[in-house]
Design a protein. Sequence first.
Length: 373
Amino acid sequence: MKYLIIFLTFLAVNQCNEKNKETHFIDGDAPGVANGMRVYLNDLDENGRTVVVDTSIVMEEKFYFDKKEELNNEEIRFLTLDGSQGNFLLLIENDHLEVRIKKDSLFDSDVVGSKSNEDLKIFKKRQSTYATNSKRYRSERAAALKSGDNAAAMSVTNQWSTAENDFRDYASQMVTSHNSSVIAPMILGELLNSKMLDEKKSRAIFNEFDPRVRETVMAQRIDAYLKKAESVAVGAKAPDFEGASPSGEVIRLHEVLGKVTLIDFWASWCGPCRRENPNVVSAYNKYHDKGFNILSVSLDRNGAEKAWKDAIIKDKMDWNHVSRLQYFGPLAKLYNVNAIPATFLLDENGIIIATNLRGQQLHLKLEELLGPS
């Protein structure tokens, strides 16, 4: 009798699943996954944090997700599995999907009969290969520089540059050829995050997206990012701001403009910033008498006031400084600064005429604008 009850229960569950299968938008196979393990359908919130959208329990190596509502557009989600590392990126649509997950390598899971998902998988593999090669190039170049073999370092740099250009071209072509799919903003967002495409080129690509795609959450985030970037691009009026100097005096950008002014975002903890500071000091000493001013904006954290002040003295930065000691806070957001050092060169009217000039590039631009020192 006990076995009969178990059989009837199993049969009832299967019949229920078959009856409701038409409500599923994902049916999944999970070979080797034990009963009771959970598969999670995830999204990212606006801050990039994982949000679980739905959960399915594996039974007899099967799982499914019911459709909650009709989608206006395709959406990107990713699957995770109890006890497994990584995730599987998935393009979901209103159409039914069949997924076969690989518990030992979720990244290599498959979607049956979906050209868009196959294209997405190919892209992610190309991206993973590029990331692995970049890590190797970085290590090899560092080793060559440490040993003093500049020729080897240059050779590795050239190989790395070629690999980067190849991947950029491939990814850009993927975006262009999928501009009616949510794949496009996903890849464009990654190109922007990695600084492989500048904002001007990204805007041109974005404007070619299908109107439906431009309405997706992912595309709207890119649009907002580009609008903010465009507000501090070359040719734009630099947003005015104020901050406290090391002595507590309030300094406003418009009050310290020279014939040419450099806004320099930096921090005492930023190694690349500190290494660039001697070059900025040299430029200031050469061109200040000709009308070159600098306003440095420190992104030091709350509690690091002494470190900020000590770095100014140690690096001999004898010009105007402000900070709110808020790390990548409101001032960084105002100028769309996500990494430092970041610089903006302004004319006497506060119009941005160049960005992120380093080393000799800064000196050459100042000579062009102000004449020989």
